[in-house]
Ligand binder design. Sequence first.
Ligand SMILES: NC(=O)c1ccc[n+]([C@@H]2O[C@H](COP(=O)([O-])OP(=O)(O)OC[C@H]3O[C@@H](n4cnc5c(N)ncnc54)[C@H](O)[C@@H]3O)[C@@H](O)[C@H]2O)c1
Ligand SMILES: O=C(O)CC[C@@H](O)C(=O)O
Length: 466
Amino acid sequence: MAQPKDIALSTQPDFATRMSVSTSPSAAFHSPPSSFSSKLPQRGLTKQLKPFNSKDIKILLLENVNQSGRNILTGQGYQVEALKTSLPEDQLIEKIKDVQVIGIRSKTKLTEKVLREAKNLLVIGCFCIGTNQVDLEYAAKHGIAVFNSPFANSRSVAELVIGEIISLARQLGDRSNEMHQGTWNKVSAKCWEIRGKTLGIVGYGHIGSQLSVLAEAMGMTVIYYDVVTLMGLGTARQVPTLEALLTEADFVTLHVPELPETKNMISTAQLEKMKEGSYLINASRGTVVDIQALINAMRSGKIAGAALDVYPNEPSANGDYFNRQLNQWGEDLRSVKNIILTPHIGGSTEEAQRAIGVEVSDALVRYINQGVTLGSVNLPEVNLRSLTLDEPNYARVIYVHHNVPGVLRKVNEIFGNHNVDKQISDSRGDVAYLMADVSDVNLGDMKELFDALEALSSKIMVRVLY
Ligand SMILES: NC(=O)c1ccc[n+]([C@@H]2O[C@H](COP(=O)([O-])OP(=O)(O)OC[C@H]3O[C@@H](n4cnc5c(N)ncnc54)[C@H](O)[C@@H]3O)[C@@H](O)[C@H]2O)c1
Ligand SMILES: O=C(O)CC[C@@H](O)C(=O)O
């Protein structure tokens, strides 16, 4: 965009605050008005804004979003329908037509096909870390913001992996299964302490680095591989290649996102590189491991044990679905020795789900009521000081538009007869986001502003809140 960005930064939080908001949302997100207020001029109580031209906000929550999140949304007076499972595509398409907000976890696929039908949708809340289930680009191009919870369940996943490392080293799953069948099988052959063993972490992000600290505390040596050069915590050491990690680690654990580059990142060639009798853990995404190759490597004895929490195809609800129909190797996998299979529960703790519910719902409320995009994974992050009850005749105008030259000139011409009290604009790729607070406007003025902005060829979405 040719025009200058950040037109009215005088009311923005300082740089450090903005950086900490961007990189560490949960710190500020639980109570944004108060966390910002100490940095900003005090001008009375925050006014709760509402759209000048639309009905009640309708929200569809799928996949059993935690009560903490539902309470925040219903507390705002929104109409919330909450379902325990995800929905088959045809039902999802029917329901999404009607709502302004949808909340999902990892199972619901918001593809272009589904989003095309979502004519009223303003915002998507992913009540989890991963956002690979959403077509982020399509959403951005249609002005639909997407929020997630980037690390509220990291600790839960790291703790699960620690449990799995010990369980695999001691063959706990098999011993427990045998006892459940009535068989006493006291063995020590090929059962190990984890002290002194090497843990290889692939992906040293929020989860990988938490795990690193826990593993070292238990006496393990930690090495990690990441596409980014990162400072190791404690005495953890970064290795230059995946191959270097695979040849050195006794336990390999995967914590990378689902990307084209991470698809089948661990397949036959990589399993061959691993140490004889080593272990593999995957709690990242199901596409990262070639499971048939893993079954073969375990049957040959090369891999002594594995723990899988995620699968290429996962059922949309609880029940007896983990079979050949879902994944063709389903039954073979179940027959392998010393393999721990869990139903994508890495982040499924009370602590994590409560924190995610609060964090994502707060972000949704801020976006719906104020247009603030801080923490969005697909739109530029934009914030303006809240309007207060001392400013009764103000409107907040939000204009999401194509990032092309000349837009700000046209928008400011439209604002021409009004006082623009504060304004900010930023872009991300092809999409730009402008927010302006305009004073001395009545409902008629708001309609005029709305209609004029709607008519611009650069328009993606217009909202006028007051
Ligand atoms: N099982 C669960 O319930 C559960 C819970 C939370 C997250 N997850 C999954 O775990 C993944 C990791 O979570 P996180 O919070 O640690 O993510 P993160 O973004 O903090 O860290 C991911 C790390 O992987 C690295 N990376 C990316 N591509 C890579 C590649 N090709 N090779 C090596 N490193 C690469 C990144 O540089 C980053 O450091 C998430 O994307 C999500 O899919 C699963
Ligand atoms: O809770 C879920 O469904 C997803 C958990 C995890 O994979 C995440 O991406 O946060």
